[in-house]
Design a protein. Sequence first.
Length: 294
Amino acid sequence: MAMLNDKMETEIVRIAVQKSGRLQEGSIQLLKESSLRFSNGKDQLKTKAVNFPVELLFLRDDDIPQYVEDGVADAGIVGENVFIEKQKNNKLVNRLNFGICRLSLAVPRSVEYTNIQWFNGKNIATSYPFIVRQFLEQNNIQAGIHEISGSVEIAPGIGLADAICDIVSTGSTLLSNGLKEVEVVLRSEAVLIAGPDLSAAKQSILDKLLFRIEAVQKAKNNKYILLNCPNEAIEPITRIIPGMKSPTILPLAKKGWSSLHSVVDENDFWEKIDQMKALGAEGILVIPIEKMIL
Ligand code: ATP
Ligand code: ZN
């Protein structure tokens, strides 16, 4: 902890993560990739990082926004869907790019669904009454909302509701319950949330953690690339993959050729590879990056 100043060493940031469920693994993995090390497993209620002033509290995801508002936890990792639904005094610090799913309206497969007006006068079962009410209001639909806490997808089958609004990722749960997705209400991913007024010392620790998380996220979106090219192709290839500042160029033993090293964005990666091949690039190697700090 030599890097942190004295004041910070006496402070600790408590981060609430899901005890078990779909966000648990991704949350721990992200913190580990940010170089936090934890000494024990998730069977306990809390665990301290051995090399960073962070303590994890393991809780049900639904309870996390309240604990963060109350200051029992300073920060938390929840689905954006839960963050929005709970309407607690939390701020969204960063999107985390895992736990990607959507909250959708689904109706029995036998329904001939044409548009959202179908929901007028219907009953919708959901665990997300706030989000659904907001969506219905925005679309001028008058429908009943029946709040249930689990197994929402069975509601139409047992006559509890005409439709549901629930989390969908692949749609296989809907399918096996005879339902079909008809409207996407919200797209969601895991988010880092924090309490409204952290002390300066806690905020400073959280900022350090956020800096690491961003380095990990940038690294995931980029690849290190090495290639050989004729010298005259260096300039046009540099325009395609300028890298963080500019590429590294090393002469090859073979006359008139160079090795070029740079960083390439994952999103338009294949397109760029095609362009570079057309310029004479060969022997292209692509390597994952662990951390990336601009
Ligand atoms: P808990 O016991 O903590 O209350 P839970 O049953 O409410 O857990 P999970 O099913 O583990 O919750 O889902 C937690 C969060 O993970 C959801 O709020 C959502 O943001 C996200 N999520 C849910 N289902 C999926 C999915 N199929 N794919 C990706 N992310 C999902
Ligand atoms: Zn839950």
